[in-house]
Design a protein around this ligand. Structure first.
Ligand SMILES: [Zn+2]
Length: 452
């Protein structure tokens, strides 16, 4: 069996691993490179895989750094099956068309400002192409083996987000695992990852290879910010990612109200995409820790704001109240309009609840910027900027070690570290070398590993 690391190696984005055994070829994950320009450029290079000879694609989960290259494969002529959990099928139905829409907007922006590689840059793919590629998705349940050529494959629960799984591949008498993104055992919302079976080789994600999660209870942090804002009679703005984060925030706010820890303020979910994703999460309630009743109760606590008019009308809403809106790093979305209106107001609180990548408005707010540029205007920032740390969907390195210890790996298992920034990959390697018997090393981009 041969594994080629075409992405998600030496970086966190662009996950793509080609497994070849005899005549059978399967691509595990089909992710978009994101972030720095030199990484995004890789989306335009032709990856070294022969689409005509590819038998199947398997997705670990719906995040774009694992699924967002699928429309490119479709555009290049791939028409084979794409296997994933049905939660992933549903989430891709929202995320991929949105990604196509954003690619079109970016291309228009670059054309208008005459920057970038071509005089008339094309989008990587458009919304229509992203919608067409959804027809290739085939749902497979967790723990049910399926065959592709000479290989047997299986998905098993990995926590992280709805539908997320690890992939187990068997062929030539060997068993190989791809962890995918691995959730936390103590996640507020998602169920813990299932232990792995005995494996000859494991590709292990290392996002939190050099960091531990903040031990402060995120419920305490959230309650404090809400109560402060309520006392001042202001608005609490929460920029949020649409998948996972927006749902856990709604759940936490509703629980804090039910437990009498915060006042019963109006809560608005002002993001059509987060509303769609929330409905998918409630539909798949067996996949997370909330029961159907809890989902319904939560639906009564949170008001969904769908139309642009209803979003604009929030400006007339009496204080105090809470608005959850995209995007999570304040790079776009409806949160921008609310920030433009409310950042100059000292009664406002802004709660950043996740990693803010360098260069984003979210990072500038986190660093205490006194003015922020929104839609070409410089907006003074007099608001209270707060952070909540404990909502990450990834296991940290100690939790990862504990997951491996709960698994049935043999001392002879070889581990290749993927999906991490260089410091995180080194941190995870050093930690696992010290605490486990496994042969641990960092996978190289475009390297080929032969297992015999
Ligand atoms: Zn992910």
């Amino acid at each position: 069996m041969k594994i080629t690391f075409l992405g998600g190696a030496e970086t966190v984005t662009g996950s793509k691993f080609l497994v070849a055994s005899g005549d059978t070829r399967v691509l595990i994950d089909c992710g978009l490179f994101q972030g720095y320009k030199w990484l995004r450029e890789r989306n335009w290079e032709t990856p070294s895989l022969d689409i005509d000879r590819l038998d199947a694609i398997v997705l670990t989960h719906a995040h774009l750094d694992h699924s967002g290259y699928l429309p490119v494969m479709y555009r290049k002529g791939y028409r084979g099956p794409v296997y994933c959990h049905d939660g992933t099928v549903a989430l891709c139905g929202v995320l991929l068309p949105d990604s196509g829409h954003l690619q079109e907007e970016d291309a228009r922006y670059y054309t208008r400002h005459r920057i970038g590689r071509h005089a008339h840059p094309e989008p990587l793919y458009d919304r229509a192409c992203a919608e067409q590629c959804l027809s290739l998705l085939r749902a497979v349940p967790f723990d049910q083996p399926f065959r592709v050529g000479s290989l047997q494959l299986q998905l098993q629960r990995a926590g992280h987000i709805l539908g997320a799984g690890s992939v187990i591949v068997e062929g030539e008498g060997k068993r190989v695992g791809f962890s995918g993104d691995v959730g936390r055992p103590d996640d507020i919302f998602m169920r813990p990852p299932d232990p792995l079976p005995p494996l000859d080789l494991l590709m292990l994600e290392s996002t939190y290879g050099d960091r531990r999660h903040d031990p402060t209870d995120p419920f305490d942090q959230l309650a404090e910010v809400v109560n402060e804002t309520a006392r001042r009679g202001g608005v609490l703005l929460i920029p949020s990612f649409a998948v996972g984060r927006a749902q856990v925030l709604q759940h936490m706010l509703a629980k804090l109200i039910d437990d009498g820890r915060i006042p019963k303020l109006p809560i608005f979910l002002d993001s059509p995409m987060a509303i769609d994703v929330t409905e998918i999460y409630w539909q798949f309630h067996a996949e997370h820790r909330l029961s159907r009743d809890e989902c319904q109760r939560l639906g009564r606590r949170v008001q969904q704001v769908k139309s642009v008019e209803a979003s604009q009308a929030l400006a007339d809403q009496a204080f105090p109240h809470i608005i959850i809106a995209g995007s999570g790093m304040v790079t776009g979305g409806r949160i921008l309009h609310h920030l433009k209106r409310l950042l100059p107001e000292p009664k406002t609180s802004v709660l950043l609840c996740g990693y803010q990548a360098g260069g984003t408005r979210g990072a500038k707010l986190e660093q205490g910027a006194e003015v922020v540029r929104i839609h070409g205007e410089w907006i003074p920032n007099r608001a209270n900027i707060r952070m909540i740390e404990g909502l990450s969907g990834h296991a940290d390195y100690v939790q990862m070690g504990a997951w491996l210890a709960r698994s049935q790996l043999q001392p002879s298992t070889q581990i290749k570290l993927v999906h991490g920034e260089p410091e995180a990959l080194e941190g995870m390697r050093d930690y696992l070398r010290q605490t486990t018997p496994f042969d641990v090393s960092v996978a190289g981009y475009r390297h080929i590993l032969t297992l015999d």
